[in-house]
Ligand binder design. Structure first.
Ligand code: SAM
Length: 536
């Protein structure tokens, strides 16, 4: 089993500059890089660097990342950074994220950060978050309110037990023990459980690491320590019949954060070690690649994925190779909704995708964006193998003055492409063509383009002559894709230079060459960006 990874090496130059800026304490530079919305790796690094600089002038950039970054991972990291920095100027954006962010991860981390900052202004927002639809967010808000309470007590010098005895307020990521544990407790009638919990949260002594015990009549609530007299008075004002004691409580089950964690108690270590290290997510569909020995566990694995990622609505397994001119992969339904169509978001554009009808791979998203960013104002681009349109639409969305001819020979891909063009409001810039790219170029697009995108790696080589013929007489750029092995760099370069020459054109300059993704062990999809001129 191999780990699939995006090739982030093109980002390393920028990363080096960021490291340099970090060493100089240049918050402005890192903020500027973050605002330019580079790759995920750079955005995560940028946020971490801002956190490590420990300066308040980093807060506006972190707040923008928290508010605007399309990735919940980056927004989560920004919230975490603000919690670490503890500047009160971070509070408004954290409150907004906790109230509105669609990601549970971000709402949870914002609540935790507000607890760390300990600003009383966060209290009403945290009280509202106690009603969040997600339990983890509710619990994070509870803990944050307890943190606030703790700080208030410190400020007013109220008597308090040493932290070591409670263990709760300082270590927010403690792992609960597995066996039952004896804790001080409060027992109340079931009908009074809510007011009792509110009172214990307010006084900061409810121990959320343990589950409550219920019977027909009463509920026992675990406490972090014996309550003092003031706390007992507070509680009895609301629940006069509350009785104190000591009981054995079960540690609370933590919601699993990864699907490996969710499966830890259900599968043997040997099976766990063979789980895929990553999987593809297209819209709300997950596609798994399982070795044959794992097929019997696939329903359990799919269930764990849906448990950890509530946005995933369907799970399929790859059941064969991508094949045919349409480049479609056979899939086997495993769990959730039995459908292959979904809406996938890529760099702010929406794509209707149907995995059983047309090619789409989320692993190409960085490549789509990279090429789209190379296109300049006024260009005329031909996307020879457009599929559902990611290269074409990302390009058109970026630039006002551009014209993209998007060709595909799969009628179902063209149908989806046309819908996507409309959905992303680029009808005036992207023109869809159904047919064989060779024919379409020969009949309609001869010598018309400044740039040609050839993303059909298994067959691009056979279309190079037409791609060259599609370039305007002054020449242009070709983005050529192919598959290659160990000597990918030399092989891919030689390949394209040779075919260009054979076609009667001149490969003037290789602008860049890189591996896009691994497609099999020691085999990659490779991109070559090439400047081509007409032969003499
Ligand atoms: C690897 S997919 C690339 C899709 C798209 N560029 C993307 O990145 O998602 C290749 C596409 O080429 C199309 N195709 C195959 N042969 C073709 C031909 N002769 N003319 C035009 N399109 C073709 C297939 O239908 C498929 O959608």
């Amino acid at each position: 089993m191999t780990t699939r990874m995006t090739d982030y090496s093109p980002d390393f130059d920028t990363l080096e500059k960021m490291e340099w800026a970090f060493s100089k304490g240049d918050v402005a530079y890192i903020s500027k890089v973050l605002d330019s919305r580079p790759s995920l790796v750079l955005r995560i690094h940028g946020v971490c660097m801002l956190a490590d600089m420990k300066r308040e002038d980093a807060i506006p950039a972190l707040a923008r990342a928290l508010r605007e970054d399309p990735s919940p991972l980056v927004r989560h990291e920004a919230a975490f950074a603000m919690g670490q920095l503890e500047f009160k100027s971070g509070v408004p954006s954290l409150l907004e994220a906790m109230a509105r962010d669609e990601s549970v991860l971000v709402r949870h981390e914002s609540a935790v950060a507000l607890g760390s900052i300990g600003d009383e202004r966060a209290r009403p927002g945290l009280m509202t978050a106690l009603e969040d639809v997600d339990e983890d967010v509710r619990l994070s808000a509870e803990v944050a309110l307890a943190d606030l309470e703790f700080l208030r007590r410190l400020r007013t010098r109220t008597e308090i037990q040493p932290i070591a005895e409670t263990g709760q307020l300082t270590s927010r990521k403690t792992t609960p023990a597995k066996r039952q544990v004896e804790r001080p407790s409060v027992r109340v009638p079931r009908s009074k459980a809510q007011p009792a919990i509110q009172s214990l949260i307010k006084t900061g002594i409810l121990d959320r690491q343990f589950s409550v015990i219920t019977d027909d009549q009463t509920v026992a609530l675990p406490l972090m320590r014996d309550p003092n007299e003031i706390e007992i008075d507070e509680l009895r004002k609301l629940v006069p019949s509350a009785s104190l004691g000591v009981e054995d409580f079960e540690p609370r089950k933590r919601h699993p954060r990864t699907f490996e964690e969710a499966l830890a108690e259900r599968l043997s270590p040997d099976i766990l070690s063979r789980l895929p290290k990553s999987f593809d997510v297209v819209g709300d569909i997950t596609i798994l690649e399982l070795d044959s020995g794992l097929a019997v566990y696939e329903t359990v694995i799919a269930g764990a994925i849906m448990e950890v990622h509530p946005n995933v609505r369907a799970v399929f397994a790859k059941s064969g190779e991508v094949s045919g001119a349409e480049r479609i992969r056979p899939l086997r339904y495993i769990a959730g909704e039995n459908r292959t169509h979904t809406i996938h978001k890529e760099y702010g554009c929406l794509f209707k995708v149907d995995l059983s009808k047309a090619f789409f791979s989320p692993r190409l998203s960085t490549e789509h964006q990279r090429v789209a960013q190379m296109v300049e104002k006024g260009e005329r681009v031909i996307d020879m193998f457009a599929g559902v349109g990611p290269f074409s639409i990302l390009t058109a969305k970026r630039l006002d003055e551009v014209r993209v001819e998007a060709i595909d020979s799969n009628p179902q891909a063209v149908e989806l492409l046309q819908e996507n063009v409309r959905a992303n409001k680029v009808e005036s810039k992207v023109h869809a063509h159904f047919g064989d790219a060779r024919e379409v170029i020969r009949k309609e697009l001869f010598q018309s383009a400044s740039r040609v995108i050839m993303n059909h790696p298994s067959a691009s080589k056979d279309f190079v002559k037409e791609a060259c013929a599609a370039l305007q007489p002054s020449g242009g750029t070709i983005h050529y894709y192919t598959f290659a092995g160990e000597n990918w760099e030399t092989d891919s370069r030689n390949d394209i230079e040779h075919v260009v020459k054979e076609s009667g054109y001149v490969a003037e300059r290789v602008l860049g060459i890189h591996r896009v993704r691994e497609v099999a062990p020691m085999r990659w999809q490779v991109a070559v960006d090439l400047e081509v001129a007409r032969g003499q």
